[in-house]
Ligand binder design. Structure first.
Ligand code: NAD
Length: 443
């Protein structure tokens, strides 16, 4: 039996060991999921939501334990781990309500014909997730899918199977048998899942894996929802409050060691304000607590981008990346970054912020829209109408003005260009977990 081992990224200590799910087991699980889906779909959507909400109580009792597990298996600092668990738990009843509302059938009557739309379950869904929010990411894919009446085969990232398994075990205390099953493994098991007899694939992860999944899925018309990587800009307009912008930039570039899809990676600041901004940014950066990077290969990727940038003329303003030991990497601020450097156009997913000084906002927008990523972006400025115009010229799927990108309750989480394909959250997002059918009759 092949094993999957996980280690504490900060200390190297062994955390857990699991049997990797075999191909035969995956096929058997798909069979069980198909069978279970029939009775799961026969329940009303409200009953399914009710069952999920019961799990919410159990999760609340396990808050501290889940947060500790995230801290040791994924490496984020305790405070952030607790924040992830608390906010995930708080969202469960909200997601449940939103999904129930999104999937209510609707009637249209034009006087001649009455048509009723139904949002039916898709069938069996594969949910494949990354490691950076080991509870938050699975939840955003699993809960809507289950409430929509699908059964789910969930594959957590190979970096965090302990947390994924624990989360599923808690949900399984209230769910009927085989409605939610866990596949343990690496990309190989993810690939097998994608190629198995599933009707829907929900995925959060890198652009390259997303592309691979899309190519496979399209051959059999499988439905997909892909939330992929980002390269988020922060544009500081000349009327921005520089202190607020600097504080935001430090938190949003370095929280979770920069391992957030909507981390601020490129900061565009007007030439005249550069020095003042840099001074404030460094002051705030020095106060941000950082955890460990997830593994050696992610750290190597980040160091390679820094080396490439420095070899092409970028300067390190803050941090000594080559002095950090193990998987630790303290914040790094680079300046004089240009589009010829990988770090300006490819996702870093680490604690590095690049400062690019520009003559005007048109240059900032043009440079922000380079490349294939278009997940989030942030604009700082006091004239909100003007900041909104700048926001509307960015390619990003989500833009925050003087704040993070996430929208009001009920908003979608959406990437544009190659940062996403389909999306979730919101009425239109949750409908993507279901199959629309209409029945019409003459009136
Ligand atoms: P990844 O793409 O390497 O892996 C994600 C998952 O896919 C893992 O479970 C992995 O085992 C599996 N996988 C790998 N190859 C596969 C294949 N060929 N077929 C099927 N499954 C496969 O990503 P990661 O390193 O775990 O996560 C980091 C990435 O996730 C970053 O790019 C980040 O921006 C992105 N992310 C995006 C969002 C968003 O909302 N858009 C949120 C979080 C993370």
């Amino acid at each position: 039996m092949r094993k999957l081992k996980t280690f504490n990224p900060a200390t190297g200590e062994r955390i857990a060991e699991f049997d990797i799910t075999t191909s035969k087991e995956i096929q058997a699980m798909v069979g069980k999921a198909k069978k279970a889906q029939i009775t799961w779909a026969e329940k009303s959507i409200c009953d399914r939501a009710e069952i999920i909400i019961k799990a919410y109580e159990e999760l609340k009792n396990r808050t501290k334990q889940m947060a500790d597990m995230i801290h040791v298996e994924m490496g984020k600092i305790c405070e952030e781990a607790l924040g992830e668990v608390e906010s995930s738990i708080k969202k469960i009843p909200i997601i449940a309500d939103d999904v129930v509302n999104a999937l209510k059938s609707e009637e249209i009557n034009d006087g001649l014909t009455r048509t009723i739309s139904y949002w039916d379950p898709m069938g069996v869904c594969a949910s494949i997730t990354p490691w950076n929010f080991p509870m938050g990411m699975p939840q955003t894919l699993i809960i809507p899918s289950l409430i929509a009446g699908n059964t789910v085969l969930f594959k957590p990232s190979e970096e965090v199977p302990l947390i994924g398994k624990e989360y599923a075990d808690i949900l399984n205390k209230t769910l009927p048998e085989d409605v939610l099953q866990v596949v343990i493994g690496t990309g190989d098991q993810g690939r097998e899942l994608v190629e198995s007899d599933v009707q829907l694939i929900t995925f959060t992860g890198s652009q390259s894996t997303g592309k691979h999944i899309l190519e496979k899925a399209v051959k059999e018309f499988k439905r997909v929802i892909l939330e992929l990587g980002g390269k988020d800009p922060l544009i500081i307009l000349d009327d921005a409050d520089l202190s607020n912008a600097a504080e935001f930039a430090a938190n949003n570039s370095f929280r979770n060691s920069g391992q957030v899809c909507v981390s601020t990676e490129n900061i565009f600041v007007m030439e005249g304000q550069k020095n003042e901004f840099i001074q404030k940014f460094i002051e705030h950066t020095a106060k941000v607590p950082v955890g460990s990077m997830i593994n050696h290969s992610q750290k190597t990727h980040v160091l390679k981008q820094i080396d490439d940038a420095v070899s092409k003329g970028a300067k390190i303003l803050f941090g000594n990346p080559n002095d950090d030991v193990g998987n630790n990497l303290n914040p790094v601020i680079l300046m004089d970054v240009t589009p010829e450097m990988d770090i300006m156009v490819d996702e870093t997913f680490g604690p590095v912020a690049c400062i690019i000084s520009v003559k005007n906002e048109d240059d900032a927008i043009k440079l922000s829209n380079l490349g294939h990523y278009a997940l989030g972006g942030v604009v700082f400025g006091t004239d909100i109408k003007h900041a909104r115009n700048v926001a509307r010229r960015l390619d990003a799927g989500m833009v925050g003005i003087n704040r993070r990108v996430g929208g009001a309750t009920g908003s979608p989480w959406v990437g544009a260009k190659r940062s996403g394909y389909g999306y979730h959250g919101s009425i239109s997002g949750y409908r993507q977990f279901a199959q629309l059918r209409i029945v019409s009759e003459s009136t």
